[in-house]
Design a protein around this ligand. Structure first.
Ligand code: UD1
Length: 418
């Protein structure tokens, strides 16, 4: 097991550069197999989720070459084989191979995907979308076999604006016969990034980033060059850390518009920011932080993935704050550990009530999932004394070089294998 140890109470000064978006690369790698030609993707984050997808490329005999921040994928020799549980359970996004293999071969066999335990995380909307395109879905225990004689464009309405279902249906539909319309599609920036990638390969997708996406099926996809957008959740996490303990901390390589909801909330509670073209600087300030209420929502609402780190900041606000989680049923697993560190928080009916300000004192805590882990890092940086975060593997799934990035701005942080 990996542990992260942090000696808290230091001010962080300098700049942190944000890497490519995890939630984009995890779909771009599976999407790349839709062509038989070589694609190059740059600004690839060095996270373990990227490694797990490359393991699936190996399983499918897809050639690839990784170098610093880029990957060249050549699927010429691909074979369509079953993706066993050993591969599917490493991350949720393994399910994008279902849409991509279905789109390419009209057949995909894979086990139920893994990922953070933040809720039931069904995939019914993905499967209903595949069925609407003409596929049949069979399940044998934990395995899904999705196949079609022919994929035909269809009108698909998503009951929930699901990120995963929107992308998976796009992947299956790009080479289908005729036109597909996805209504109530998710609008996250990562979806636009993936649609742009597919369009660079010759797909005909319009409307990505709005709630109606139209896909005109094409027969052939070709090589392309593509860049992953900056990770808005990594950026948001470091901006929150800057608000907690930064001394003019600059977060570089950000698309500020992608973190608008966070910026508004930070300004509302009294955090001073300088927002540039491609950076956000958290200014040093003596302002007392005001309490607030946040309610997670689909993009452009307040992202659920930043709810946990933001809760840490609210322990520093004077008065009563509320955090309402509407996307995942099980996203308060960081709360008991924040309480162990000294926070005053109660949780009931998917709402956490935080009374601040409180002083935090280091102790042993657990990174129960990726973003809960980020919250633990944020809390440890302001806690007095040493905090040990166990199960730190979760954090490395989505934060590239977190130890190096935080050390470079003055944090006392170490990662160890025990
Ligand atoms: C993606 C992000 C994750 C983020 C989430 C919400 C990736 C790899 N992960 O996850 O970081 O927290 O969006 O912004 O991009 N649902 C169903 N049936 C389905 C699919 C989803 O009921 O078939 C429900 C889920 O249980 C959840 C909600 O819809 O309550 C949103 O899920 P979804 O947008 O699909 O999240 P993911 O794509 O898994």
């Amino acid at each position: 097991m990996k542990i992260i140890e942090i000696e808290g109470g230091r001010s962080l000064e300098g700049s942190i550069r944000i890497g490519g978006a995890k939630n984009a690369i995890v779909a771009l790698i599976p999407a790349a197999i839709l062509t038989d030609e070589e694609v190059t993707i740059c600004n690839v984050p060095e996270i373990t989720d990227t490694n797990a997808l490359c393991d699936i490329l190996d399983l499918l005999h897809v050639n690839y070459n990784r170098s610093t921040e880029s990957i060249v994928i050549n699927p010429k020799e691909i074979i369509n084989t079953e993706i066993s549980e050993q591969y599917s359970k490493k991350l949720r996004a393994s399910y994008y191979f279902m849409g991509a293999l279905l789109g390419k071969y009209k057949k995909a066999e894979m086990y139920f995907p893994g990922g953070c335990s933040i809720g039931a995380r069904p995939i019914d909307l993905h499967l209903k979308g595949f069925e609407a395109l003409g596929a049949t879905v069979r399940s044998e225990k934990n395995k899904y076999i999705v196949e079609a004689e022919e994929l035909r464009g269809a009108n698909i309405y998503l009951d929930i604006a699901s990120v995963g279902a929107t992308i998976n249906i796009m992947l299956a539909a790009v080479k289908a016969k005729g036109k597909t319309i996805i209504d109530n599609a998710a609008k996250e920036p990562e979806i636009v990034n993936i649609a742009t990638f597919l369009n660079n390969m010759g797909a005909k997708i319009t409307g990505a980033g709005t709630s109606t996406i139209k896909i005109e099926g094409v027969d052939y996809l070709h090589k392309c060059f593509h860049e992953v957008i900056p990770d808005r959740i990594e950026a948001g996490t470091y901006i929150i850390i800057g608000a907690l303990c930064g001394k003019n901390l600059k977060i570089d390589n950000v698309i500020p518009e992608h973190v608008d909801s966070l910026i508004s909330k930070l300004e509302e509670i009294g955090v001073e920011l300088e927002v540039g073209q491609d950076y956000v600087r958290v200014l040093e300030s003596t302002n007392e932080l005001k309490p607030t209420t946040i309610k997670t929502a689909v993009y452009p609402g307040f992202p659920t993935d930043l709810q946990q780190p933001f809760t840490v900041l609210l322990t520093k606000a004077s008065g009563k704050s509320k955090v309402m989680e509407t996307i995942w049923e099980n996203r308060f697993m960081h709360i008991p550990y924040l309480k162990a560190l000294g926070a005053d928080i109660e949780e009931k009916n998917q709402t956490a009530t935080i009374i601040g300000p409180t002083e935090l004192t280091g102790c042993e805590v657990v990174a129960t999932d990726l973003r809960a882990g980020a919250a633990m890092v944020a809390a440890a940086l302001i806690a007095t004394g040493k905090t040990t975060i166990t199960s730190a593997e979760h954090i490395l799934r989505g934060y590239e070089q977190i130890v190096e990035k935080l050390s470079s701005v003055g944090a006392k942080i170490e990662i160890k294998e025990i």
